[in-house]
Design a binder for this molecule. Structure first.
Ligand SMILES: C[S@@+](CC[C@H](N)C(=O)[O-])C[C@H]1O[C@@H](n2cnc3c(N)ncnc32)[C@H](O)[C@@H]1O
Length: 473
């Protein structure tokens, strides 16, 4: 932990680290209300007030009292500046109509706007809420609200609150992952406030929910932690592989034996291995010949090994060394499921990043390739998003009607700025596909770095979005 005086809050350096993890499990709101109050308030500023709006005012008042400051839930009661504000919309957004949501959104934006002038400079506002089904369609209301508030404040961070305990079965005709989560969205009033510009056009494409081909032998939870398998000497050369377990879950849920699974950016072939393991055919493209060879070798060795062991493998696999933009012309059959993860913009070219420094030391590759066609080498964020979504829009043609596309991504923090990559993709892709509830792959095997210690909140992003879309029938 880097030294220096803690000017931001009153917790010890030991407590600072766990709070920085970008996801947490909870059973009772007391835990996260308390931990947020503790993290975002300072002892020096006990004369400042804290704002709480939501269903658990009793808990908030009690927790605040223990920390020695006062909670208000009506801005007209503000007698001091506000050092932390928590707007808890979890229960307010349950089963709303579209009109009711719009009303609540306007009301919340008015409150947030009024709060702005009362907030202490460089202190935080948090909004707690999930995305929602409204009138039978899934709407990314949390992403929309975050983008809108981020135009006045600075959108700083997010944490995923994961409901622990028994799964709550949901009576629904729609795809509904088990368990449940909500977003803790963090904004700061600071010198950059007002700079954010939205990339996408519209978060709300009002598509009616299609009939979903979901195969019940695997129930997908809304969040999951995977134990990473050991990677062999070749696989470890790839800087950003996802675990086969992850792809397997989607293969089992969204495809059937004999159907086709595709990955346009195959990397080390995780998608295809997961497909053939469950009797599906695995296809794909990969721009780097080095990784395309690794992927092909891995998938074919797996099939041969199964055949040699007497386990008949009536499957096909084909990974072509090619630019994904050419996939449509390469003669692949129609696909039932597409599982993929793109380059996370040009983050691998940030050679100073801690992980990159470690890889250089070990003599490992730090990026996918130096090829201009590698989307990981597109330096401008807007250009990157435009190219990537153009590719995905083209790939929709390869899917059968009702086919599913799963995209594994995360929101990106670069040079102190937040780029909501996952939300931007989700918002744009739903122009042509139905957005289904997102699920989270939570990473629990990476050591936490003490970013911002003593100064501000910067989380370690240990959650990856699995965005799920369905091609209309
Ligand atoms: C996040 S990695 C995919 C990792 C893969 N899911 C795995 O588990 O191994 C992204 C991949 O996209 C590839 N890529 C980048 N631009 C591409 C393009 N235009 N066409 C095809 N592949 C591309 C990179 O070479 C890299 O292997």
């Amino acid at each position: 932990m880097s030294g220096g005086k803690n000017r931001f809050n009153r917790i010890t350096s030991k407590e600072w680290l766990p709070f920085q993890k970008s996801w947490f499990k909870y059973t009772d709101p007391t835990d996260w209300i308390r931990s947020n109050f503790r993290f975002f308030t300072t002892l020096e500023a006990t004369s400042y007030q804290v704002f709480y709006q939501g269903p658990d005012l009793d808990i908030a008042t009690r927790e605040a009292k223990e920390l020695g400051f006062e909670v208000i839930n009506d801005l007209s009661d503000a007698t001091e500046q506000i050092q932390f504000a928590l707007i808890d919309l979890r229960s307010a957004v349950e089963s709303l109509s579209f009109e009711e949501w719009n009303e609540l959104k306007t009301k919340t934006l008015n409150t947030v706007s009024e709060l702005f002038s009362l907030m202490v400079h460089r202190r935080f506002l948090m909004v707690a809420m999930p995305n929602l089904y409204i009138d039978g369609s899934y709407f990314p209301v949390a992403w929309d609200l975050a983008n809108t508030i981020g135009m006045q404040y600075t959108l700083k961070d997010e944490k995923i609150a994961c409901l622990e305990g028994d799964d709550v079965p949901v009576e629904s005709d729609h795809f509904h992952p088990a368990k449940g989560h909500f977003y803790c969205l963090y904004f700061r009033k600071d010198e950059r406030s007002g700079e954010h510009r939205m990339v996408h056009r519209d978060f709300f494409q009002r598509n009616s929910q299609p009939k979903l081909r979901v195969h019940a032998d695997s129930e997908i939870p809304s969040w999951f932690i995977l134990k990473p398998q050991r990677r062999n000497k070749k696989e470890v050369q790839h800087p950003a592989k996802y675990p086969e377990d992850l792809a397997e879950m989607f293969v089992q849920t969204f495809s059937q034996k004999g159907e086709n699974v595709f990955d346009p950016m195959s990397g080390t072939g995780s998608t295809q291995i997961s497909a053939v393991k469950f009797g599906r055919n695995g296809y794909g493209t990969e721009l780097s010949s080095f990784f395309a060879d690794i992927a092909r070798d891995r998938v074919l060795s797996y099939i041969f090994q199964e055949v040699n062991a007497g386990r008949d493998q009536d499957v096909e696999a084909d990974i072509i060394h090619a630019d994904a933009f050419r996939a449509k012309e390469l003669g692949f059959p129609k696909q039932h499921l597409l599982i993929t993860s793109p380059p996370y913009w040009d983050m691998l070219n940030m050679k100073g990043a801690e992980n990159q420094a470690k890889r250089i030391k070990k003599g490992l590759l730090t990026n996918y390739s130096d090829d201009d066609k590698d989307l990981g080498n597109v330096a401008d964020y807007h250009d990157f998003i435009r190219k990537l979504t153009k590719l995905y829009f083209e790939l929709i043609d390869m899917l059968v009607p009702g086919g599913i596309m799963v995209v594994v991504v995360k929101n990106i923090k670069k040079k102190g700025k937040n780029y909501p990559f996952a939300w931007d993709l989700g918002a744009i892709l739903q122009e042509k596909m139905h957005l289904l509830p997102e699920v989270f792959w939570l990473q629990d095997d990476i050591s936490i770095a003490p970013y911002g210690y003593g100064n501000t909140f910067v989380s370690n992003t240990f959650h990856q979005y699995c965005l799920i879309f369905q091609k209309p029938n």
